[in-house]
Design a protein around this ligand. Structure first.
Ligand code: ZN
Length: 205
């Protein structure tokens, strides 16, 4: 066998095995060029979606993994019920704690904005000015500046972060987290929203 089996054999004669070998060589060349062009497309898609990712250094396998990887996750959570889970989720360094309270004060000192800032540093983001419910003391739920708030969430997700949307309320359905999630789903239909109960039931609690 020569080093380029298909071509050499094809030039020499047209035996059946030579044709098969040539077809195989052609198929492998085409396969590689398809992967190369696919890699180019994926790299440009990824550099748009993940501006901070060095896509040039990734292998094809990495790129395919990134593409098939699920969208980053959003966990709406009330610390009065899911405090322990929030702390566990924050062990992942790519997760941000998005404080959606209009006022970041708490009767529980560990959940005051200042304490969370001290604990998580830059991974704590106070978003209450935009995503807070201006009527949190009573009246119809109304987000302070939903357009800007949702824009910020979309940006963090595109940067590759998972987000915990935190408020004090135990009940999601009675909290403005529900409004935020509805708007976010409208802006980013592919977003993966995970309720704390889903994680807890998976763990068999
Ligand atoms: Zn709430």
């Amino acid at each position: 066998m020569s080093r380029v089996p298909g071509m050499t054999l094809l030039a020499r004669d047209h035996t059946r095995s030579a044709t098969t070998a040539w077809k195989r060589t052609l198929a492998s060349v085409l396969h590689r060029s398809t992967l190369r062009s696919r890699k180019k497309t994926l790299q440009s898609q990824i550099s748009m979606a993940y501006p901070r990712m060095q896509s040039d250094s990734l292998t094809i396998a990495d790129l395919i993994n990134v593409r098939s990887k699920k969208m980053n996750k959003v966990y709406p959570a009330g610390y009065s019920r899911h405090g322990a889970l929030i702390e566990q989720l924050m062990q992942d360094p790519k997760t941000l704690l998005i404080d959606t309270r209009y006022s970041p004060n708490s009767k529980i000192s560990a959940w005051a904005g200042s304490a969370l800032k001290a604990k998580y540093g830059d991974r704590y983001r106070f978003a209450g000015k935009f995503l807070g419910n201006v009527n949190y003391k009573g009246g119809p739920m109304m987000l302070a500046n939903p357009a800007r708030g949702i824009q910020g969430l979309v940006m963090y997700l595109n940067e590759g972060h998972d987000l915990i949307l935190v408020c004090g309320c135990a009940e999601f359905s009675a909290c403005h987290r529900r409004l935020i999630v509805d708007l976010l789903r409208g802006a980013m239909p592919e977003v993966g929203v995970v309720m704390p109960e889903q994680i807890e039931s998976k763990r068999g609690k």
